[in-house]
Ligand binder design. Structure first.
Ligand SMILES: [Fe+2]
Ligand SMILES: [Fe+2]
Length: 175
């Protein structure tokens, strides 16, 4: 996980606010995924123990179906992924409007990178809609705690820093 306070700031305050929100969203998502994983492992262990008993009483299948359809915290995770997606759409829109308004020369490349990352985020989101398996929880955990924050940090210190500095020098205010 990356703490916004430990990341470099750019010259436009609205961008720093969006970046703070993005790190907060992904850190909250990682925490929810961690507790979902712990609960999932716990309920799977209980399921196995009950399965052993189930063999004796012939109700093993019924019990396993019940466990698989009820993952604790799955709705909260879905909501937070939706929040992250909407916040990211807004974050990119604001930057793109700003680049356009100040005719930033590299705006086409910057916009393309935003499109690519939004598509990646939508793919991760749809993975959660398909299943809530331990494998998916681990995959999304890596995305929320490492892959997306690392991309964002790299984007901030490269494209965003250059763009904010250009806009700031060309009369853009820092609001
Ligand atoms: Fe940004
Ligand atoms: Fe950007």
């Amino acid at each position: 996980m990356i703490d916004f306070e430990c990341t470099p700031q750019v010259d436009l305050e609205f961008m720093n606010r969006e970046h703070r929100k993005a790190f907060e969203d992904t850190n909250a998502l990682k925490r929810l995924l961690d507790s979902a994983l712990a609960l999932r492992l716990e309920s799977d262990m209980e399921s196995e123990a009950a399965g052993d008993l189930g063999d004796e009483f012939g109700n093993e299948v019924e019990h396993k179906v019940e466990i698989k359809t009820s993952l604790p915290g799955s709705e909260e995770i879905e909501q937070l992924m939706q929040t992250l997606l909407l916040d990211t759409v807004r974050h990119f829109e604001l930057e793109e409007q700003c680049m356009e308004g100040h005719s930033f020369p590299a705006r086409a490349e910057h916009r393309l990178e935003h499109r690519r990352v939004l598509q990646w985020m939508e793919e991760e989101h749809s993975r959660w809609s398909r299943d809530c398996s331990i494998e998916t929880i681990n995959h999304l955990s890596l995305y929320a705690a490492d892959k997306f924050p690392q991309w964002l940090l790299n984007h901030i210190v490269t494209m965003d820093t250059v763009m904010a500095s250009y806009v700031h020098r060309h009369g853009g205010n820092s609001l």
